[in-house]
Write a protein that binds this ligand. Structure first.
Ligand SMILES: [Cu+2]
Length: 182
């Protein structure tokens, strides 16, 4: 049951991505129509409330070291500068716990056992050093109050080394939030 749901999710995500590319969009964002209720929308933005809602899933589609299906920098969230960011985080790995943390990009991947402190107050999943197990969904919130390029890393036991990281961009010019596989 779980396996077939995952396969369906992957397939639909691919279709949505393709549709986004054909439409000249930057990727999966906003409230694009989908043929399946199972397909997650990675990012939406409430302009009035200046709030970005992001869906972040570890081990999406395939176990284990990926975010939303992209590993080693192949997934990027972008939010407008000053946005309140609400992340709904879950882990679909049956093999191990994973976590999430937004940290500064220094030009070098942080592969030490102890992860760097978060780039923004509250920009990490609860218990992020030890991670979140399969079947648990958590929410964490922070304010993206400094423009720049950041890393989204899994702070659990050197997972960055195995590719469990992506990008988090706080943009002065973006008017919406997006989540893009590349
Ligand atoms: Cu991980």
């Amino acid at each position: 049951m779980r396996y077939s749901l995952r396969r369906a999710g992957m397939l639909t995500a691919g279709v949505v991505l393709l549709a986004g590319l054909l439409a000249g969009s930057v990727g999966i964002s906003g409230s694009q129509a989908s043929t399946s209720a199972a397909a997650p929308t990675w990012a939406t933005y409430d302009l009035k409330a200046k709030t970005a809602h992001l869906t972040l899933i570890s081990s999406y589609g395939s176990d284990t070291y990926n975010y939303n299906g992209g590993k080693a920098g192949h997934f990027t969230f972008t939010v407008p500068l000053g946005a309140k960011v609400v992340v709904t985080y879950s882990n679909q790995s049956s093999m191990m716990p994973h976590g999430a943390e937004v940290v500064p990009w220094t030009g070098v991947l942080p592969i030490a056992l102890v992860p760097p402190p978060p780039a923004f107050a509250g920009a990490f999943s609860p218990n992020y050093r030890h991670g979140t197990r399969l079947g648990i969904t958590q929410t964490f919130t922070f304010v993206a109050n400094k423009a720049g390029k950041y890393l989204l890393i899994c702070p659990v036991h050197n997972h960055v080394k195995f590719g469990h990281w992506g990008w988090f961009v706080v943009s002065k010019t973006a008017t919406t939030a997006s989540g893009v596989l590349s």
